[in-house]
Design a protein around this ligand. Sequence first.
Ligand SMILES: *[C@@H]1O[C@H](CO)[C@@H](O)[C@H](O)[C@H]1NC(C)=O
Ligand SMILES: *[C@@H]1O[C@H](CO)[C@@H](O)[C@H](O)[C@H]1NC(C)=O
Ligand SMILES: *[C@@H]1O[C@H](CO)[C@@H](O)[C@H](O)[C@H]1NC(C)=O
Ligand SMILES: *[C@@H]1O[C@H](CO)[C@@H](O)[C@H](O)[C@H]1NC(C)=O
Length: 347
Amino acid sequence: MSSFKPQFFLIFFVLFSLQTACRSTETFNITRPKHKWVGPSGNLTIHVDLHGSGDFKSVQAAVDSIPNYNQKNVLIKIAAGCYIEKVVVPASKPYITFQGAGRDRTAIEWHDRASDRGPDGQQLRTYQTASVTVFASYFSAKNISFKNTAPAPMPGLEGWQAAAFRISGDKAFFSGCGFYGAQDTLCDDAGRHYFKDCYIEGSIDFIFGNGRSMYKDCQLHSIATRFGSIAAQDRNCPDEKTGFAFVHCRVTGTGPLYVGRAMGQYSRIVFSYTYFASIVARGGWDDWDHASNKNKTAFFGVYKCYGPGAAAVSGASWARELDYETAHPFLAKSFVNGRHWIAPTDA
Ligand SMILES: *[C@@H]1O[C@H](CO)[C@@H](O)[C@H](O)[C@H]1NC(C)=O
Ligand SMILES: *[C@@H]1O[C@H](CO)[C@@H](O)[C@H](O)[C@H]1NC(C)=O
Ligand SMILES: *[C@@H]1O[C@H](CO)[C@@H](O)[C@H](O)[C@H]1NC(C)=O
Ligand SMILES: *[C@@H]1O[C@H](CO)[C@@H](O)[C@H](O)[C@H]1NC(C)=O
């Protein structure tokens, strides 16, 4: 599991334990707190194969086989094939990696829409539609695709939000992954996340949520037919550290589209060194509801972007062309505190 190098943690953990141990033995007899963070120890590899030559035929069965409060690095190798199932990784199962045989060879897909009814008869709503949902920390995925195959909505239809993936766990790492859907493809819900060399496709708000995330060397591909938008970020107060930082990405596909929308009052979205095809709508950015003056509190910026659509992105009166000083925090993995959990070779 290259995104997570146990030796980094070991150092921190050892220093931390030494400190507390020295103090505590002198003064009081502590029992180790139950929820104190302890790094994973040991490795476990599980093979999933649709055709039966692995340990399990479905990804969920493999996840279910891992005990709660898992302490091992668990690598779930998923053989080539299309796994038609809805998958949930609960918060009690950290340190899991999904590794496919290639973004074009292994996929997990489902087809729920926001207006579909769940087992309780209620509408699912957007966040429950994800084909794969991860609540656990230290999740990673490599060389695999996640899809929501519900048909793309016609413009103006309600209830067609259909997420392919929802990440609600902290310190998640993705490389070489594909995310396919239309409206609301990738729910970047909460926590620190790093997406490297990923392909993300959709039409409306196809990356959305209140995550604190860096997207590096990713392709953002619009399939919008009348009007679309890439990112809707939901930061809601000025002291939250969340936001979406896109670095060295490529924006392609069909338009016209907004590159960012102020889902939250204090939305933060920065594009740096990013290529824009000529599909960006005039003005580039959107206020979401046009009544709450988000243009005064949202932070939208661009830094050294290029391509035929780049002028429209920096053309909005409330999106700024940043100077190096201001752009700097959004350019490196320190934006997601990556030094402590992303290996140098992975960033
Ligand atoms: C510390 O507390 C544990 C549990 O209460 C007890 O079993 C143990 O004997 C104590 N150790 C010392 C050194 O007091
Ligand atoms: C677990 O895997 C890592 C890297 O893949 C390796 O360095 C480590 O020695 C392994 N640990 C065990 C207990 O097998
Ligand atoms: C993922 O795919 C890339 C490109 O095909 C390859 O270089 C890399 O080794 C793969 N990684 C894993 C963990 O399979
Ligand atoms: C900000 O939004 C308000 C309300 O929609 C609008 O009146 C104003 O012109 C906008 N300002 C800018 C700079 O876009």
